[in-house]
Design a protein around this ligand. Structure first.
Ligand code: ADP
Ligand code: ZN
Length: 286
């Protein structure tokens, strides 16, 4: 039986898995993100126990996805300085001696949901995470959206609410979507942890407004058949109905969408969408 490797590489932890042709996970390891050398050493130890056919990686980034560039597979501009400029994918290929396919963490999550989760059987979907940052991955016509760059949908510009005086925390743009609506933005604006703001309706009204604006733009450009919203902030389940309502208001009937309760949903795979997508990527090349 063939075995495949999968990695969900995050800024705080790496989730590793070995799976079968059918996508069953037979072994798993979670390790903290340390320096590249330490982390790669542990990954090599874990995966070397198996004869793998290929590997898929969903990675934090930015990461270079341009096949014709010298830095293909390198982590590029990350705030995790030890990883900046690190040849992550080439190094994995060299150490493990197998082909490695990779994409962003959120693209892998979208692929996971399409393979085994909420978007199963569809040929398009969007996965958005609202957590420490905001990012989204998309599949359109059965293909991951990426080209010379990968999408950076968290940095969309949005219309500021007239009563919102918060300046925003994005180091590049201040009041882009991530600067205004990520977990840390929310906590800075309101002076409390997200989970301690659960009862404050104003917080979630504003949050839903910004997220709905972003969704409107994703829908108008990418036309996904399903939108899956995950990440720490989306643990506030009351956001879902608020987002659907605001989105309907913003779109104002201009496009025909399915029932929004079925269209905008929480992840179907809990926390496993990234690793499931990474495994699907491995299958696609092995
Ligand atoms: P990451 O984005 O780092 O992978 P998460 O998706 O868990 O991790 O996001 C973490 C952020 O989500 C925290 O900074 C916090 O602001 C926010 N968060 C986590 N849990 C909750 C919660 N229950 N309610 C609201 N916000 C939360
Ligand atoms: Zn930004």
């Amino acid at each position: 039986m063939k075995h495949y490797g999968a990695i969900e590489a995050g800024g705080t932890k790496f989730v590793c898995a070995v799976g079968t042709e059918k996508g069953e996970i037979i072994d798993r390891l979670t390790i903290p993100t340390e320096t590249p050398e330490e982390t790669i050493g542990k990954l090599t130890d874990f995966f070397s126990k198996y004869q793998l056919t290929s590997m898929g990686v969903g990675s934090f980034g930015p990461i270079s996805v341009a096949k014709n560039k010298e830095d293909y597979g390198y982590i590029t501009n990350t705030p995790k300085l030890a990883w900046k400029g690190y040849p992550f994918i080439p190094e994995l290929e060299k150490r493990l001696g197998i082909p490695v396919s990779f994409t962003t963490d959120v693209n892998a999550a979208a692929l996971g949901e399409l393979t085994k989760g909420e978007a199963q059987g569809l040929e398009s979907c969007l996965y958005i995470t609202v957590g420490t940052g905001i990012g989204a991955g998309a599949i359109v016509g059965g293909r991951l959206v990426q080209s010379t760059l990968h999408p950076e949908m968290g940095h969309l510009l949005i219309r500021r609410h007239p009563q919102d005086t918060f300046e925003g925390i994005c180091p590049y743009h201040k009041d882009c979507l991530e600067g205004m609506a990520s977990g840390p933005a929310l906590e800075k604006r309101w002076g409390k942890k997200g989970k301690d703001l659960a009862e404050n309706e104003e917080v979630w009204e504003l949050e839903a407004d910004y997220l709905a604006q972003a969704l409107m733009q994703y829908i108008l450009i990418l036309c996904p058949e399903k939108i899956i919203m995950g990440g720490g902030v989306m643990k506030q389940q009351q956001l879902f109905p608020l987002i659907r309502k605001k989105l309907a208001e913003y779109l104002n009937g201009y496009v025909d969408l399915p029932d929004l309760e079925e269209y905008i949903v929480p992840p179907g795979l809990g926390d496993d969408q990234g690793i499931t997508g990474a495994l699907a990527l491995a299958h696609s090349i092995g």
